[in-house]
Design a protein around this ligand. Structure first.
Ligand SMILES: *[C@@H]1O[C@H](CO)[C@@H](O)[C@H](O)[C@H]1NC(C)=O
Ligand SMILES: *[C@@H]1O[C@H](CO)[C@@H](O)[C@H](O)[C@H]1NC(C)=O
Ligand SMILES: *[C@@H]1O[C@H](CO)[C@@H](O)[C@H](O)[C@H]1NC(C)=O
Ligand SMILES: *[C@@H]1O[C@H](CO)[C@@H](O)[C@H](O)[C@H]1NC(C)=O
Ligand SMILES: *[C@@H]1O[C@H](CO)[C@@H](O)[C@H](O)[C@H]1NC(C)=O
Ligand SMILES: *[C@@H]1O[C@H](CO)[C@@H](O)[C@H](O)[C@H]1NC(C)=O
Ligand SMILES: *[C@@H]1O[C@H](CO)[C@@H](O)[C@H](O)[C@H]1NC(C)=O
Ligand SMILES: *[C@@H]1O[C@H](CO)[C@@H](O)[C@H](O)[C@H]1NC(C)=O
Length: 451
């Protein structure tokens, strides 16, 4: 594994020095950006778009399409906060994010139908919303805001009252396992996008209504609960059989993040204290469950060394959401910031591994690099470091683009669960073959990782 990794790292290397490590002074922007650059360059080492025959906008296996969406949200922030005059970087980001928009500009590229669930589309939607709020140069024909609206509309149209009283299913496509499951992160992405679109566009009608609908349903179905001690919990989800009554009680940082920051946007926009109360409860719950000695961890799996490749990336989105919450609700800043500072310092000191000397680890409590590496380790470290210098999101009112399209995405068949479409025998056979190919790639990828 180390040998193969070395070959790959060397072939992609941007810098050739031997062992370095990432120095970080937590209250100095230049130091934060210098650290972020090293860590971001480490993330680009996994990028496929530079490789001969590689796909623009994708990272090396075992990273799926969604991992790319998650990564680009953080890399857009990096470009905005730290390196806004770097036109090369800007072009990489623009090409990657536009290339993956799909045939209908709604982040459902047809060749991802074997992997894409509602949460995957939602996380890409968050990256595109990040481009919107960072005033990232718009494509001429399809503005970032209109594409985010398309993501929102296609997701919202899949709201399924046929089971469990509502909610989005995990999967979009019937043939993917998990189609019979409803989960909090998919619904959280819809909630989160609704909140940000309300604030950005200043148009509350559909967006606030949707946010309320999702929150209410999460509560009804028991995915969102309150313990006797007042501690909020957000559980993973449930199978639709038995009306979602058997809830899988696992908790993930990014799910807390999307709901918490969604509440913060809603409170900031509406001034309705119900959202303030909800945000504060989730801040409390997040800080108490996903940190040990103020150092961020993916508590459900990390202490047991059981996190899979996806789970090892969740802290990137979680960090981004904590940073946004702190801005939109300044009253939470004193509470959140010490946790982000301690975590950023711990993450930076973990970035001392690999052949490049700046590969980040998973266990930030450990002294130095813990030997784990991957895109998730890089982007989680990157985003927690950058959360210390997070900048205000813009909105139309404060000078953002008003190239909205409230109906974007409503005119395609992508806005229904794919079981409601007429899938012909030929399509099914095609799907089977694709599944086999994808499985082969995934298995090949993981064998390569384990080997
Ligand atoms: C532009 O950004 C990339 C990615 O961070 C970096 O490798 C490169 O050195 C930057 N270019 C300049 C001129 O700073
Ligand atoms: C999927 O489609 C994109 C264009 O949308 C293309 O560039 C890419 O090569 C295709 N294949 C994969 C595996 O992404
Ligand atoms: C507000 O959103 C609705 C769709 O929900 C749209 O029809 C309307 O044009 C929007 N209003 C403005 C002022 O943008
Ligand atoms: C199914 O669950 C939903 C959400 O909890 C609830 O509103 C509905 O009454 C339940 N339906 C049945 C038949 O139990
Ligand atoms: C709303 O968010 C902005 C940051 O984007 C912040 O400056 C402002 O104080 C917030 N408003 C309230 C009422 O908290
Ligand atoms: C992470 O590092 C800390 C400090 O060295 C250690 O106590 C803990 O057991 C480590 N966690 C894992 C899963 O190895
Ligand atoms: C965006 O433009 C529409 C149409 O010109 C206008 O109705 C709306 O008020 C604008 N939105 C904002 C927030 O200024
Ligand atoms: C956003 O970018 C546009 C085009 O470059 C520019 O005109 C506008 O002033 C920018 N808005 C903000 C808030 O920076």
């Amino acid at each position: 594994m180390r040998l193969l990794h070395s070959i790959i790292t060397i072939s992609l290397l941007f810098f050739t020095s031997s062992v370095q490590s990432v120095a970080l002074t937590i209250n100095d922007k230049d130091s934060i950006c210098a650290a972020a650059k090293l860590v971001a360059d480490g993330a680009w080492n996994y990028y496929e778009g530079f490789k001969y025959g590689g796909v623009v906008g994708m990272f090396a296996p075992p990273n799926y399409w969604w991992n790319a969406g998650e990564a680009f949200g953080g890399l857009i922030d990096y470009y905005t906060f730290c390196d806004p005059t770097n036109d090369t970087l800007k072009q990489w980001l623009y090409d990657a994010m536009y290339h993956q928009a799909g045939e209908n500009y709604n982040y459902i590229p047809s060749n991802q139908s074997m992997t894409e669930g509602n949460d995957d589309q939602g996380v890409w939607g968050m990256a595109i919303m990040q481009a919107v709020e960072r005033n990232f140069t718009n494509p001429e024909a399809h503005s970032w805001i209109s594409m985010t609206q398309a993501v929102f509309n296609t997701m919202n149209a899949r709201w399924d009252t046929g089971n469990c009283g509502g909610g989005l299913r995990w999967q979009i496509f019937t043939w993917n396992s998990g189609y019979d499951y409803k989960n909090s992160i998919s619904n959280g992405c819809l909630f989160h996008l609704a909140a940000r679109l309300a604030k950005y566009t200043g148009n509350s009608s559909i967006y606030i209504e949707t946010a309320e609908k999702v929150w209410q349903w999460m509560d009804d179905v028991g995915f969102l609960t309150e313990e006797d001690n007042g501690n909020s919990r957000i559980y993973d989800g449930a199978k639709v059989e038995n009306n979602c009554s058997t809830v899988t009680d696992l908790r993930w940082s990014y799910t807390y993040g999307v709901f918490m920051s969604g509440c913060a946007y809603l409170y900031n926009f509406t001034g309705d204290t119900i959202w303030q109360t909800r945000a504060l409860e989730l801040v409390e719950a997040s800080l108490s469950y996903f940190f040990a000695n103020k150092i961020m961890q993916e508590t459900t799996c990390q202490p047991y060394n059981l996190c899979n490749n996806d789970q090892r990336s969740f802290r990137s989105l979680f960090s981004r959401c904590l940073g946004l919450t702190m801005l939109l609700m300044p009253e939470t800043r004193d509470q959140i910031l010490p946790y982000l500072e301690a975590s950023a310092a711990a993450a930076a000191q973990s970035c001392s591994g690999g052949d490049d000397g700046v590969t980040c680890g998973e266990n930030w409590s450990a002294a130095g690099w813990d030997g784990v590496y991957g895109l998730g380790e890089q982007t989680s470290s990157l985003e927690v470091i950058m959360s210390l210098i997070v900048e205000d999101p813009i909105s139309i009112k404060t000078g953002g683009s008003n190239q909205t399209n409230f109906a974007a995405g409503t005119d395609t068949e992508d806005n229904v669960n794919k079981n409601e479409l007429n899938i012909t025998g030929k399509d099914r056979a095609g799907a089977g073959i694709l599944t086999a190919i994808v499985l082969a790639i995934i298995l090949g990828g993981s064998i390569w990782m384990i080997f």
